[in-house]
Design a protein around this ligand. Structure first.
Ligand code: RFL
Length: 388
């Protein structure tokens, strides 16, 4: 079994297959230190924690993860908090930065004899419609090589070889460009408040999310095409303070901006998540806007479903699970897409002609007012915000 990519999807899958005695190899383009340093997600859903616990993979997050269950909205109409841990199904997030989760999963896999090759970039997957797909790779020393296996799991993200190798028309790609961009920032500063904060401002959205006691993620909506380095640190902090209404609600704790990247908000779903012997999971299968923090959680869920189906097929000769893998995942993916889209419309007006955007802006205010005042709306929000 070949697994392309050592992110949350590939490493969860690798651990589950290896624990079932299935011979598998993870091929990863980056070096091990690069993989373990990539900061992205931080909020793990309760279901993700349950999956990791079920398979003995939750030790790190139990030791270092912190429960989180409050979010705050700041708008032109004031601010309100939702203690979502006491709404909906009463579930909470666990804050555990993605690079720590990846490090936990990788260490667990390698310590138990799992095989992984770093600096090994998959170039193409060929013959996926046969029973012996071939992966051509560029190895760490620059030479090309080939790997063959019964199945290939494409867990190599949105720009990986798995997606590229699917012939045009073989699967359908549903795609939506939201026309919005966020400057994603990691600040070497403690969180400024004890809640996730979403600030809606006429100058654009701003977000605040704890990562660790020393590091906080912030987002600033920016113009499409903005270079990540275009904003000075002072401008970033001033703009965050303005949009988050720090003068009214309390100052932000400033620190060095350690990482910055512009994210063009887009979503897509491939359907089905399979081309013959090539099976997709994680961002390779579906890309979500980061508005609802679902991507890493879906990656873990899909990896568990794929592992179960592969184990049934390879160990017990039951291929039905693999046949149903795509449909099972797509049901979860579309629910997550729908909620991410709803969140996006909660936090932004819509780009477009002035009259349309003022209409969307009024809808956004009304949506926020419902969330602030309606218990059933809050229960719905909590269930979907923490769930996958
Ligand atoms: P990953 O993590 O991208 O891992 C893919 C791995 O494949 C490797 N690779 C290749 N290897 C071999 N050959 C090739 N040709 C290869 N091409 C790529 C890469 O080096 C990498 O190691 O995909 P995976 O496993 O599917 O996991 C998906 C998540 O990483 C992603 O959905 C989340 O980070 C999304 N996301 C968030 N999700 C959450 O659930 N909660 C959050 O709070 C959250 N915050 C975020 C996010 C994504 C962000 N970015 C990237 C837009 C915040 C940000 C800023």
């Amino acid at each position: 079994m070949l697994i392309l990519g050592a992110g949350p999807a590939g490493l969860t899958l690798g651990n589950l297959l290896h624990a079932s005695g299935i011979d598998c190899v993870v091929l990863e383009r980056a070096t091990r230190p690069q993989v373990q340093a990539r900061s992205r997600a931080g909020f793990l859903a309760a279901n993700t924690v349950r999956i990791l616990e079920r398979h003995g993979l939750a030790e790190g997050l139990r030791l270092r993860g912190r429960e989180h269950a409050t979010c705050e909205f700041r708008t032109e109409d004031g601010r309100f908090r939702l203690d979502y841990g006491s709404l909906g199904r009463g579930e909470r997030h666990t804050v555990h930065p993605q690079h720590e989760l990846v490090t936990d999963l990788l260490t667990h896999y390698l310590d138990r004899g799992g095989r992984a090759y770093f600096g090994t970039e998959a170039l193409t997957v060929r013959d996926a419609d046969g029973t012996r797909p071939t992966v051509t790779v560029r190895e760490a020393d620059g030479r090309t090589g080939t790997w063959r296996s019964r199945y290939v799991a494409g867990c190599d993200g949105r720009h990986g070889a798995a997606r590229r190798s699917i012939p045009p028309g073989a699967v359908r790609r549903h795609h939506l460009d939201h026309g919005l961009s966020w400057l994603g920032l990691l600040a070497e500063a403690p969180p400024s408040l004890d809640a996730v904060a979403y600030a809606v401002h006429r100058r654009g959205f701003a977000g605040h999310m704890a990562r660790t006691p020393e590091v906080t993620r912030y987002y600033l909506q920016c113009e499409r095409g903005t270079s990540p380095d275009a904003w000075s640190e002072d401008r970033i902090w001033d703009e965050l303070a303005l949009r988050m209404r720090a003068a009214e609600y309390g100052p932000l704790r400033r620190g060095r901006i350690a990482h910055r990247a512009v994210v063009d908000l887009a979503s897509d779903v491939l359907e089905p998540l399979r081309h013959g012997a090539l099976l997709l999971a994680g961002d390779a299968a579906s890309l979500l806007s980061p508005s609802a923090a679902k991507g890493a959680n879906l990656a873990v869920l899909e990896a568990e479903l794929l592992a179960g189906a592969l184990i049934d097929d390879l160990r017990h000769g039951r291929p039905e699970g693999l046949a149903g893998y795509s449909a099972r995942c797509l049901a979860h993916i579309w629910r997550a897409q729908e909620f991410s889209q709803w969140m996006l419309r909660l936090l932004h007006g819509a780009p477009g002609p002035a009259d349309e955007s003022s209409f969307h802006d009024a809808l956004r205010r009304s949506r926020l007012a419902s969330l602030a005042t309606s218990r059933s709306c809050q229960d719905w929000f909590a269930e979907h915000y923490v769930g996958v």
